[in-house]
Structure formats: structure tokens, C-alpha cells
Design a protein around this ligand. Structure first.
Ligand code: BV8
Ligand code: ZN
Length: 228
């Protein structure tokens, strides 16, 4: 099983949350990515997501995404769960990705709940409006204090409880319930491998720590696997 955070997309040029790029208009993302912020000023929150759609649209998957996509065909049982909303795992060829925090590329109607894939950059109108009922649509992501997409965290928790190896890539591991996947895997006896250039909240949960960038570390791991 692989579990990823913003760090796996860092070498694709996509800003992480708690690193240098973690601010929007001088505010921590945590204060912009919330239902309250959207309620108070939907245009401002939409500007934030439109800007991220623009920056991700220019980004390409990096070797870390490519290795993780290749493992799907290398192992009989394999699950990839991500906290990322950028869609770069799918762009690298990963299938059945568990998107625990939704996607930048989906929007949902506030009134009739219609959820749709919207790849256009820039959006034809901001905020976008529902073609069915005309109401405003919101970004298809999970904000703080919101439930994760039904089924996603449950499937990820089931996989974490049965996997032999969990590779954790590029997450500060502070956001729950996603970060709880690591404790589930460790408690179930999985080997936990962390790939991160910096310390994270995982600390003693990892059996092995590869202290470096994912775009370099994952290809190295893949080389060793080939020799194995
Ligand atoms: C929930 C989506 C049930 C949108 C995100 C008190 C009050 C209310 C709630 C809580 C509370 N205390 C705790 C909670 C729960 C809360 C939470 O965990 N808060 C934390 C901050 C304490 N969680 C929730 O609210 C979740 N929902 O609990 O629902 C519920 C329901 C109702 C009422 C109560 C409870 C929802 C969480 C989802 C929030 N949405 N974003 C968007 O993306 O815009 S979270 C946001 O953080 C992103 O999704 C991101 O993925 C996630 C985690 O961040 P990381 O991916 O780890 O990124 P980060 O920048 O932090 O770290 C990057 C790492 O990469 C670093 O370690 C760095 O060293 C490393 N790195 C850098 N370069 C590289 C690299 N690694 C490898 N290679 C490199 N090159
Ligand atoms: Zn609608």
C-alpha cells in the first residue's frame, strides 16, 4: 500500500501546504480551505482553488508518481490512497486511486448536490454554476471539519489493516483521519517505510525512513525491487 501527501507532488512544482507555499493571501491554507471561509467569501475561496487549478494544470507527474503507478501492475494486491487533490497520480497512470480529500478537478452543486468533473482552466465563470439548477457550485474537495468521501477512508483503512508494507510518501502526517492509516498499518504488523526529506509526525511509527525527495528515492527503491 502507498499513502501520499503534498510532498509527492513537490518535484512537479506543486506547492505543499505547510512548507513555504502553504499560504494564500498571507493566510494559512487551513483558514481558506474551510466551509466558514467559503460561506463568508465564496469568490475569495474560489480564487484560491482557481489558482491551484492553474498551477496544477501546468504540472506534470514526476518520477515518484510514475513509480507508484507502476507498482499497481507489479504487485497482486496494491492500494494507493492520497491526500492530494491534484490528480497527478492518475495523470501518471495510477488507477483506482483513493482520493481521501477529494479533487481539484471536481465541482459540486450547493443546491442539488450534482457532482461533476470539470477540467477547464480557466473556469468559464467564477464561481461556476450548476447547469441543472443554476445554483453556485463549490470545489469538490474535503475541507476541515467535513467528512471524507463515503467509502474512501473505509477502503483505505481496510487496506492499511491488511497490507504487508505501507510506503508513506511526502506527508507531515498531521491531518486526520488520513494520517491514522499509518497507525492502523503498524498495529496490524505491516512494515512502514517513510519517504520524506524532513521529519514528520510519523517519527517512531516508521520502521525505515528514506530521508530524501520522493522523486529520487522511489526510483532507487524501484531499482532494488527489480534486482530482488
Ligand atoms: C474530519 C483538502 C470528521 C482541500 C485538506 C478540531 C476541530 C475540528 C476538526 C479537527 C480538530 N482536530 C482535529 C480535527 C480533524 C481535522 C484535522 O486533522 N485537523 C488537523 C489540522 C489537526 N480533520 C478534518 O477536519 C477532516 N475531517 O475529521 O471529519 C468530522 C466531521 C465533522 C466534525 C468533526 C469531525 C478533514 C481533513 C481534510 C482537510 N482538507 N485539504 C485542499 O487541499 O485544498 S487537508 C490538507 O492537508 C491537504 O489535503 C493535504 O493533503 C493535507 C495534509 O498535508 P500534507 O499532504 O501532509 O502536506 P504538508 O504540506 O503538510 O506536508 C508535506 C510533506 O512533504 C512535508 O512533510 C515535507 O517534508 C514533505 N516533502 C516536501 N518535499 C518533498 C517531500 N516529501 C517527499 N519528497 C519531496 N520532494
Ligand atoms: Zn444544481
Amino acid at each position: 500500500m502507498a499513502f501520499t501527501g503534498a510532498g509527492v507532488s513537490a518535484e512537479s512544482g506543486v506547492a505543499t501546504f505547510r512548507g513555504a507555499g502553504g499560504l494564500w493571501e498571507g493566510q494559512p491554507v487551513e483558514e481558506v480551505a474551510t466551509p466558514a471561509a467559503f460561506q463568508a467569501d465564496p469568490d475569495r475561496v474560489w480564487r484560491f482553488y482557481e489558482q491551484r487549478r492553474h498551477s496544477v494544470a501546468r504540472a506534470r507527474p514526476n518520477p515518484a508518481h510514475t513509480v507508484l503507478a507502476g507498482w499497481q501492475d507489479r504487485f497482486p494486491t496494491y492500494t494507493l490512497a492520497t491526500q492530494n487533490v491534484d490528480g497527478l497520480h492518475q495523470a501518471a497512470g495510477s488507477r483506482d486511486v483513493l482520493e481521501l480529500h477529494g479533487s481539484l478537478w471536481r465541482v459540486r452543486c450547493l443546491s442539488c448536490g450534482r457532482d461533476r468533473y470539470e477540467p477547464l482552466v480557466p473556469l468559464p465563470q467564477l464561481p461556476p454554476r450548476c447547469a441543472t439548477c443554476g445554483a453556485m457550485e463549490r470545489p469538490g474537495v474535503v475541507w476541515f471539519g467535513e467528512f471524507l468521501p463515503p467509502g474512501a477512508i473505509e477502503a483505505a483503512q481496510a487496506a492499511a489493516g491488511t497490507c504487508e508494507v505501507l510506503v508513506v510518501v511526502g506527508t507531515s502526517a498531521v491531518v486526520y483521519p488520513a494520517a491514522g492509516l499509518v497507525g492502523i498499518a503498524a498495529a496490524a504488523g505491516a512494515r512502514v517505510i517513510e519517504i520524506n526529506p524532513a521529519e514528520s509526525a510519523l517519527a517512531e511509527l516508521a520502521d525505515v525512513v528514506l530521508r530524501g525527495p520522493a522523486g529520487e528515492m522511489l526510483p532507487l527503491v524501484n531499482e532494488r525491487l527489480r534486482e530482488a
